[in-house]
Design a protein. Sequence first.
Length: 202
Amino acid sequence: MATPQTIQRFAEKDYLEIERAAHCKSEFFDGEMFAMAGGTLQHSLIGTNVSGEFRARLRGKPCIAFNADLRIKVEATGLYTYPDLSVIGGQPRFVDGEMDTVVNPTVIVEVLSDSTEAYDRGKKFEHYRQVPSLREYLLVNQKEPRLEQFLCQKNGDWLLREISGLDGMLFSPALDVSISLGEIFARVEFFPSPLREQRSLP
């Protein structure tokens, strides 16, 4: 009979102390720390393109784009995480005096991967929807030039818009900027997965 494994749990302050001294990043939720895996070349390139385009479009505006090094806390649920990109409108609000964990993102961007896609679409988005300041959530596909843009409506509902093709244009109402998908996916090679796994007949 297997011996049940004990899950080590941490207080929030302990997580922050460990995380600030760590060489790798971990998410935190409900007392547990979850190590974050490294990204692929495709993931890294798309993330860099997205960061660069947002930074360029926001120059002179009262919003700042931050890369995946900035930690976000969802105050309503206690989740600590690192989006691929976050945009803060106005003054950032921090968890404490360390100025490394923000609670008021306006836009969050996640680049999808096979290992995180279900989480980014599901539970993680459930957490993000609890952030009062969040106006847009963008999911960037790395297998084809396609974006899914979720827009928070005045009644709290979220509206989905899909933009596809290298000639497509993303418009962000929250930031009043437009970005070409051709720029977001510049120099990206696409390797789409088949709709169904190919199997040889018996």
